[in-house]
Design a protein around this ligand. Structure first.
Ligand code: GBH
Length: 489
């Protein structure tokens, strides 16, 4: 009788890499220094402080614009192979377009990139993590088809300025959040989930594809890097057995919409979703579908524009048919969904300090299984996974538990299911501006003192835990072997 002793093998594959992530608006501050112009989050937080917890904003945030040397030192302390950060579009292109390149902006990112490389840390760069130049928003933002070229031009500037040293690029962080949240409650604060979010869905995918092709055609031979998109994936699990069709539809609606056009063999929208929205639109009196069709050429343009699949994963939901049309919706997901479903948490899942966030580690493995089943045996990278706390406590055992149990499920996906997951990125390097949640919920391995003008950073226990895992290349570490990180200033 063969018994698999899973618990005995908690080691990571030899070439597996570990990183840690942030994004520009959440950490940089310096919102109006030099020639940087306003972006949609600057405008949103200043115009609608009421929509952000405690009226907070990212004007200063972690002040990483000045504290980048300390940031690099922290990544080094963790022993991480790479640092995932994003570039702020209006810091590089203050007009939104390529007619003026900010040399101060370029200098800031050059300092960061060169400083990382000097420490042997690979820079992994996200081109767009939600900070669209306000001027481009005023011209229609992600609903204007021309943005597909504006984005490709912006990306070309980054490839030509930084591509000699940056070998991994992420075009768009979470089109789901940009479009589905951005056209409801996030910046730019336009409420049009019926039409706006689907225009955005289409053009953000084409923008990604054009940027990928710019890299592929003009830079790949010279720089030999990799580039792809990053999706946010909530695992939807059927509440009861007869909800499985609905749960699968929910996966297609939230994840398939931003994956099928790129990663499937046929390209285009997921057929079930395309049919569903077309039928609903007709029923509602629209003469064309609210989900805009791709032309044949557009299907070909977008299809296959990936070098890997970037996964941001945090949480899961149970899916069931909504009891009645007027049943109160507990999550924003309910009202965003076209399916007439309720999204619930299981009683067995641990809640966190954030209402949207429950712990279900198995959902991580199921997410990866689902993706592999849908899109085949491609390379996956975990671009975000992390845990929110309401307190900035240095003794963050809850976070350590989350990291351990989620990484274990990822290891099961790698070792038991044979899924090619190449790297893991913890969100986040440090406590930072958490969008609508302001500074209330924090994801950092490092605590940031937001009352200190220097934004002093201090490692939490989770930083020591992660450093130990990275060093041991295994989840099998005892408490005694926790490597110490000195709280250098
Ligand atoms: C990621 O998004 C982001 O990439 C990152 O910037 C962020 O810091 C991190 O997650 C943690 O949130 O309470 O209904 O307003 C993950 C997707 C979308 C999850 C917005 C939280 C708020 C839901 N996020 N959502 S709601």
């Amino acid at each position: 009788l063969l018994v698999t002793c899973w618990s005995k093998d908690l080691s990571f594959p030899v070439d597996f890499t570990f990183g840690v992530g942030t994004s520009a608006y959440q950490i940089e501050g310096a919102w109006n220094v030099s020639d940087k112009t306003e972006h949609i989050w600057d405008r949103f937080v200043h115009q609608h402080p009421d929509r952000i917890y405690n009226g907070n904003n990212g004007d200063v945030a972690c002040d990483s614009y000045h504290q980048w040397r300390r940031d690099i030192a922290m990544v080094k302390e963790l022993g991480a192979t790479f640092y995932r950060f994003s570039i702020s579009w209006p810091r590089i292109l203050p007009t939104g377009f390529t007619n003026h390149i900010s040399e101060d902006g370029v200098l800031y990112y050059n300092n960061l990139i060169n400083g990382l490389l000097k420490e042997g840390i690979q820079p992994v760069v996200t081109i767009y993590h939600w900070d669209l130049p306000q001027r481009l928003q005023d011209l229609g933002g992600w609903t204007n088809p021309l943005i597909t070229d504006w984005f490709a031009s912006y990306a070309r500037v980054l490839f030509s300025r930084f591509g000699d040293r940056v070998k991994t690029w992420h075009t768009i962080n979470e089109p789901y959040t940009v479009c589905d949240m951005g056209y409801v409650i996030f910046a730019p604060g336009i409420n049009d989930p019926q039409v706006g979010r689907y225009l955005c869905s289409k053009y953000i995918l084409i923008a990604h594809a054009k940027a990928w092709r710019v890299y592929d055609e003009e830079f790949r031979a010279m720089y030999n890097g990799k580039i792809s998109i990053v999706n946010h994936i909530i695992w939807f699990e059927p509440k009861n057995q007869n909800d499985s069709v609905l749960a699968e539809l929910a996966m297609q609606e939230f994840t398939g919409r931003y994956s099928h056009p790129i990663f499937s063999k046929e390209g285009g929208w997921p057929p079930v979703l395309e049919t569903l929205i077309a039928e609903k639109s007709r029923y509602e009196g629209y003469d064309i579908s609210r989900l805009p069709a791709f032309t044949k050429d557009e299907v070909e343009l977008v299809k296959g524009t990936f070098d890997f699949y970037g996964v941001n994963h945090y949480t899961s939901r149970l899916v069931r048919k909504r009891p009645s049309k007027d049943a109160p919706s507990s999550y924003i997901l309910d009202s965003l969904s076209e399916l007439g479903v309720s999204f619930e948490a299981s009683k067995d899942w641990k809640s966190t300090s954030s209402s949207w966030f429950m712990e279900y580690p198995e959902g991580f493995r199921r997410t990866l299984q689902w993706l592999r089943n849908q899109y085949g045996d491609i390379d996956f990278v975990i671009t975000e996974n992390g845990y929110a706390t309401a307190s900035q406590s240095l003794e963050d055992y809850d976070r350590i538990n989350y990291m351990r149990t989620y990484m274990e499920q990822m290891l099961l996906a790698i070792k038991e299911d044979g899924i090619k997951v190449l790297s893991y990125t913890t969100w986040s390097l440090m406590d930072n501006f958490e969008w609508l949640d302001g500074y209330r919920s924090t994801f950092g391995l490092y605590q940031v003192d937001f009352s200190d003008p220097n934004r002093r950073r201090t490692p939490k226990l989770s930083a020591k835990y992660y450093a130990s895992v990275v060093k041991a290349r295994s989840l099998d570490i005892s408490n005694q072997s926790m490597y110490s990180i000195s709280a250098s200033a």
